[in-house]
Write a protein that binds this ligand. Structure first.
Ligand code: FES
Ligand code: FES
Length: 161
């Protein structure tokens, strides 16, 4: 069986699995990292949102063979540490989520936070404000309808990034 190597949350990982297995199943089932959630498997719900080289992507829709060995994949578990924080620290966006008590059932929330951080980074790189228009570009679905609290938390988290 082919070997697949990439960086996950700051560490190089290698797994034996077929080329066409989607990355989400490699991360969750083979590597036991379960922050990215499975919702649709077809790049629609965004529950699996993680980062590749600092940008948001959806590992349910990427074959593991399309990830290069130097690609940096980050999940919610590695967000703080790979953003310069210590192992016991939270990313400012995670803290903003706690401060505003955002989650309801919680299922979509790791993906929401990862999407939020990527959007703020994109806005900063482009010199844009993290305003309602920018936040509307995030397409992550929340079946519990926590969108108002998500919006407030993104703005508060962005102020600390
Ligand atoms: S599970 Fe990846 S977008 Fe829905
Ligand atoms: S908090 Fe339940 S789906 Fe978003």
């Amino acid at each position: 069986m082919p070997q697949q190597t990439f960086k996950l949350n700051g560490e190089s990982v290698t797994v034996d699995t077929d080329d066409d297995v989607r990355l989400l199943w490699v991360i969750r089932d083979l590597l036991g990292v379960t922050g990215p959630k499975y919702g649709c498997g077809i790049n629609v719900c965004k529950a699996c949102t993680s980062h590749i080289n600092g940008k948001a992507f959806n590992p349910c829709s990427v074959k593991v063979c399309d990830i290069k060995k130097d690609d940096e994949v980050t999940t919610i578990e590695g967000l703080a540490a790979t953003s310069g924080g210590g192992d016991d620290e939270l990313h400012p966006m995670q803290q903003a989520w706690i401060d505003r008590d955002v989650p309801q059932c919680g299922y979509c929330q790791p993906g929401q936070i990862m999407a939020a951080v990527a959007k703020v980074r994109q806005c900063q790189a482009e010199g844009r404000d993290v305003d309602d228009e920018a936040i509307e570009e995030i397409r992550n679905i929340c079946r519990c309808g926590t969108y108002n609290r998500i919006r407030e938390a993104i703005k508060a988290g962005a102020d600390k990034m």
